[in-house]
Write a protein that binds this ligand. Structure first.
Ligand SMILES: NC(=O)C1=CN([C@@H]2O[C@H](COP(=O)(O)OP(=O)(O)OC[C@H]3O[C@@H](n4cnc5c(N)ncnc54)[C@H](OP(=O)(O)O)[C@@H]3O)[C@@H](O)[C@H]2O)C=CC1
Ligand SMILES: O=C(O)C1=N[C@H](C(=O)O)C[C@H](O)C1
Length: 239
C-alpha cells in the first residue's frame, strides 16, 4: 500500500482526489493537510502542520492541490521528511521548479509536477508540439472558472514552453501569446490555434468535470517513487 496524504482536501481538486484515492485498492489515504483542521468531519487524521503529518503518519507520497503560496512551505517539509511529492498546484516560477528538482535529487527522491493530469490535455500538448514543426504562427487561448487564481494557467505555460522549444529547433525564436479567460460557465479548456497561408488548425481540449484529472493523479501516485528529481508532466509515464 502506498501511504498517501492530500494537501488542500476541502478544495475543488482536493475533494475529488480524496474520493479517488479512497477507492484505489493499492493506495491508502492516511491523512490530509489543511490550514483549518477544525472544519473537517473526516474519518482520517487532519493535520495543520505538514511535517508532523509526514512523520507521524509515515507518509510515502504527498498529493498537493492548494495554491502556490501555501504549497511552497508544504513541499519543503515533504522533501525534508523524505516524502515524494505529486504537485498538481500551478503558479510556480521556472526557477522554483529547478530548485525542487535539485532538492529532490539531493534527497534521493522522486517528484512530479503535473500542470494537467487529463489524458486529453497531455495529448493536446503532444499534438501542438507536432504541429509546431510545420506552422510558424500560433497562439493559445485558455478558459477557466472565475475562481482560478493564476493566469496564465499551468497548462498554457507548459504548452507554450513546448512549442517554443520545437520552434527553437527550427531557428524560430519567439514567445507564444497566451490569452486567459476567467468566467463562470467554464471548468478548464484550452485552444492552441495554428495559422498558415489560407488555413487554420485548432487543437482544443475541454475538461467538463474534475473527474477528468483523476486517472492521471492515480498514475502519478503509483509511479512517483520510481523517479529521480522532479519530472514535469506525465508523458514519460504513459509510454
Ligand atoms: N494539475 C492539474 O491537473 C490541476 C491543477 N489544478 C490546480 O490545483 C490548485 C487547486 O485548485 P482548486 O482545487 O481549484 O482550488 P481551491 O481553491 O478549490 O482549493 C485549494 C484548497 O487549498 C486550501 N489551502 C490553502 N492553503 C492551505 C494550506 N496551507 N494547507 C492546506 N490547504 C490549504 C484552501 O483552503 P482555503 O479555502 O481555506 O483557502 C482550499 O481548500 C490550483 O493551483 C489549480 O491551478 C486544478 C485543476 C487541475
Ligand atoms: O485551476 C484549474 O482549474 C486548473 N488548473 C490547471 C492549470 O493551471 O493548467 C489545470 C487545469 O487547467 C485546471
Amino acid at each position: 500500500m502506498i501511504r498517501t496524504a492530500v494537501a488542500g482536501p476541502r478544495g475543488k481538486m482536493g475533494r475529488e482526489t480524496v474520493r479517488a484515492l479512497m477507492q484505489a485498492e493499492d493506495i491508502e489515504l492516511v491523512a490530509v493537510i489543511d490550514r483549518r483542521a477544525t472544519l473537517h468531519e473526516m474519518q482520517i487524521p487532519v493535520y495543520e502542520d505538514p511535517l508532523q503529518c509526514f512523520t507521524e503518519e509515515r507518509v510515502d507520497v504527498l498529493v498537493d492541490f492548494t495554491h502556490a503560496d501555501a504549497s511552497r512551505a508544504i513541499l519543503s517539509r515533504a522533501i525534508e521528511a523524505g516524502v515524494s511529492p505529486v504537485i498538481g498546484t500551478t503558479g510556480f516560477r521556472d526557477d522554483e521548479l529547478k530548485a525542487y528538482d535539485y532538492a529532490l535529487k539531493n534527497a534521493k527522491l522522486g517528484g512530479l509536477y503535473v500542470p494537467n493530469f487529463a489524458i486529453g490535455a497531455i495529448l493536446m500538448m503532444q499534438m501542438a508540439e507536432v504541429a509546431s514543426r510545420y506552422f510558424n504562427h500560433v497562439e493559445i487561448i485558455e478558459y477557466h472558472h472565475e475562481q482560478k487564481r493564476d493566469a496564465p494557467s499551468g497548462t498554457a505555460k507548459r504548452t507554450a514552453e513546448r512549442i517554443e522549444h520545437a520552434f527553437d529547433a527550427r531557428d524560430l525564436h519567439r514567445e507564444i501569446p497566451i490569452h486567459s479567460v476567467r468566467m463562470p460557465g467554464f471548468i478548464a479548456h484550452q485552444e492552441v490555434i495554428f495559422g498558415g497561408e489560407g488555413e487554420r488548425l485548432t487543437i482544443r481540449h475541454d475538461s467538463m468535470s474534475r473527474e477528468s484529472f483523476m486517472q492521471g493523479v492515480l498514475l502519478a501516485v503509483r509511479k512517483v517513487r520510481s523517479l529521480s528529481g522532479l519530472t514535469i508532466g506525465l508523458d514519460h509515464l504513459l509510454r
